[in-house]
Design a protein around this ligand. Structure first.
Ligand SMILES: Cc1ncc(COP(=O)(O)O)c(C=O)c1O
Length: 385
């Protein structure tokens, strides 16, 4: 049985709630653009937040208990022997991308990221004067992370590889073999790796999430791994992420760089963290995936009915990335869908050249809303034929 709270969203209900997702466009538009789920917040999280305010825990407070809880989770679920001091708390995952470049590179050094990829990885490269190197992955080849292509991109100037697993927007969950290939290349060439594993819980069909740094002590030494809470629990507004680096020198460097800029987060987020890190919400992690598998099934069925549309299998994340062969760029299609279809997507080209022709949509919603989305999409595409 599906837990109803994951399937309860209605357009009226979402419009009555706060948040950027549903209030950026006019109310007759269904938003699919930002990766926020249309689920309520778990009662356990709300209680922890309310307790924090009730206890007036609003002074400067320690980070160490939260760091300890994060380290325990990393040890329990990610296969690394982490201690509290191996953890850095950041305001969401994005600041860790900037930290990674600043830690590993100087201007002119090369940073490898896949194309397509979540565009904030590209921003981190742009603002640091490093040279972006794109590792193309293509839908036609099943978004395979090809080892030979990566090897050819590595030069003596390569100082950082960005890994996103599960992958936004390709929806891939990397296999152990793919991760091992990246690890071998990084170790052979002494390249730092940032592994963004924010989507670790949203994995389908019984696949296993493998933490890159857990593959060997050699790759662990070179890797900083980052997680957060925003995708699984719909709490992006708490602004909390955490990075684990068990290499002392790397962690010292990350702490120094972040000291007065992106350090720590607010007390309310820290109060809610233990609930999301230990066993208490394991049921939520399980039920959310079960609901999303059902929604993914509807998406597959409805996408199959659309002419000139192809799409990658969704192995993980709640972001679908279909390609539309209608003689329009993704920017043009995005604009058309907003005006004609009353649907707000993200244009695929925002995620790199390989995203051209694609639209990205967040499917973390109810059965009712996702069916409304496909009814609108079908009608709008029919007018393009
Ligand atoms: C891969 C990836 N990393 C980072 C983020 C941003 O996370 P946060 O808002 O917690 O910084 C997102 C958001 O969708 C994401 O998909």
């Amino acid at each position: 049985m599906f837990n109803n709270q994951f399937n309860s969203a209605t357009i009226e209900g979402m419009l009555a709630a706060p948040g950027k997702k549903w209030h950026t466009h006019p109310p007759d538009v269904i938003p699919l653009w930002i990766a926020d789920p249309d689920f309520p917040v778990a009662m356990e999280i709300k209680k922890a937040l309310l307790n924090c305010i009730h206890d007036e825990d609003l002074f400067y407070n320690f980070d160490e208990p939260t760091m300890e809880a994060m380290a325990k989770k990393v040890t329990r679920r990610n296969g690394l022997e982490a201690k509290g001091e191996d953890i850095l708390i950041t305001q969401g995952v994005i600041p860790a991308m900037w930290l990674a470049v600043n830690h590993a590179c100087k201007a002119g050094d090369e940073v490898i990221a896949t194309d397509p990829m979540y565009f904030h990885f590209y921003t981190a490269q742009e603002v640091t004067g490093t040279t972006p190197i794109r590792w193309p992955i293509s839908m036609e080849e099943g978004y395979k992370f090809d080892e030979e292509t990566l090897k050819e991109l590595v030069t003596p100037k390569t100082k950082l590889i960005f890994v996103c697993n599960p992958h936004n927007p390709a929806g891939r969950v990397m296999t152990k073999e793919e991760l091992k290939a990246i690890a071998d290349i990084a170790v052979d060439n002494e390249i730092t790796v940032m592994s963004d594993e924010l989507w670790e819980d949203i994995i389908f069909d019984g696949r296993e999430h493998v933490t890159l740094a857990s593959l060997s002590p050699e790759i662990e030494r070179l890797t900083m791994t980052t997680w957060g809470f925003s995708k699984t629990f719909g709490v992006a507004g708490l602004r909390m992420g955490y990075t684990c680096a068990t290499d002392e020198e790397m962690m010292a460097s990350l702490r120094r760089l972040s000291a007065d800029i992106t350090r720590t987060t607010n007390n309310m987020a820290k109060a809610a963290a233990p609930v999301m890190l230990d066993h208490r919400l394991d049921w939520w992690r399980r039920d959310v995936v079960e609901h999303l598998e059902m929604i993914r099934g509807i998406c597959y069925k409805r996408l199959d009915e659309l002419p000139n549309v192809t799409y990658p299998e969704l192995e993980g994340t709640y972001l679908m990335f279909p390609k539309f062969d209608y003689g329009k760029t993704s920017d043009e299609l995005d604009k058309y869908m907003l005006e004609e279809g009353k649907l707000a997507f993200e244009p695929g080209s925002k995620y790199g050249a390989q995203g051209e022709g694609h639209l990205r949509l967040c499917i973390a919603t109810s059965e009712t809303i996702i069916n409304d989305v496909f009814d609108r999409l079908e009608k709008a595409l029919a007018k393009l034929k």
